[in-house]
Design a protein around this ligand. Sequence first.
Ligand SMILES: [Zn+2]
Ligand SMILES: [Zn+2]
Ligand SMILES: [Zn+2]
Ligand SMILES: [Zn+2]
Length: 413
Amino acid sequence: MAGGLKDDDTEEFKGLRIASLDDESDEEEEQNEQDIVIDEDDEEEEDEEARKSVVLGFVKMPKTARSLLRHFFPSKAGGVPAWLDPENLPSGRSCFCDICDEPLQFVLQVYAPEEKQSAFHRTLFVFMCTSMVCLRRDQHEQWKCHQDKPSRSVKVFRCQLPRDNPFYSSEPPKKDSTDPPLKAGAALCNWCGSWKGIKRCTGCRRALYCSEKHWVKHSRTGHEHDCQRLRISSQLADSSSDETTPAVLLKVASNNVWPEYKIIQESESSYETDMPDDNVCTNSLVSSNRTDDALMSIAENFEGDDDRKSWASFHERIALAPEQVLRYCRIPGAKPLWPVSSGRPSKADIPKCSYCAGPLCFEFQIMPQLLFYFNVKNDVDSLDWATIAVYTCEASCDASVAYKEEFAWVQLS
Ligand SMILES: [Zn+2]
Ligand SMILES: [Zn+2]
Ligand SMILES: [Zn+2]
Ligand SMILES: [Zn+2]
């Protein structure tokens, strides 16, 4: 991870690149053997090494909305995805909740390039259904990951590109550059701004939607007026004007997308020393009391002593930086920090990579604090989770599809 990545003005490609792992391949093998023999001891041991390598993510209002555009390779939460490969977007069932069929909502993306040439750029995208009913169902489905088709309401995609690629310059973007991306991407849904627009409004023949559902939503909430105007303007204009997209179609119409933030990162170890607090993100949007409440609500549903113990160590660790929304650690053998001990996956519960059949390993987890920044209410039926752990192909394999589906494990509170 090259230096102070919190800095907005870095001109290098920035990402959650973890220090070279070259020396660690031997250790990795040993670690794996230990895992099989004594799983509990391993947890303690892994802790020391992993502890130093955890990178925390915090949300922050972007200085300019531009900095979140795809050619700046952002890590961001809320709003719409900044697709890395802007053309070959996920399609078909991948874009929908398998349980209720609604298009999934964008949660966050993490720019995490690797040493590997084909992953010079590498971004992970997380989407989920906003229905808590679906997330509860998803809970049961994730245990069935070895079956052919578990029905999931949380999906993760990995996209990677080599330095030389058709979409971006091989040089890092200038911080105040106003250049647009080299190439326009696929046209997106006018309602959610997230998924590819594959259905055309039958009225104006201009607005595009990812699904019938989003067309219906837009028709009911404001498109009708624009639709009529667009129809008239296309009738008046000759066909060549089709190439410029009217401004009204460039906006995301849905007001249900979550508020948009930049994700900035800090090494967790920087919080462990007794440093003054000015290192903590200064423009935080909620008081630590509020984020603390989010965590305390997890504690209400404990099932036993193990949970209480697990919770205590979880809370102690989180208390170092209570506003964290993300914990990232991609060293071999890294594990999520589980809030409660029940509902954790065993090794056997994590499937193999569906593209190369190699192992998946833990890469990052999303904390419930994010829900506060997303203004999600704390009602019984509101979306809530204790943590979402994301597992990705250890080899970051290259497969034919641009967006490879990875695996998320959701632990509910
Ligand atoms: Zn759903
Ligand atoms: Zn849509
Ligand atoms: Zn229309
Ligand atoms: Zn793979």
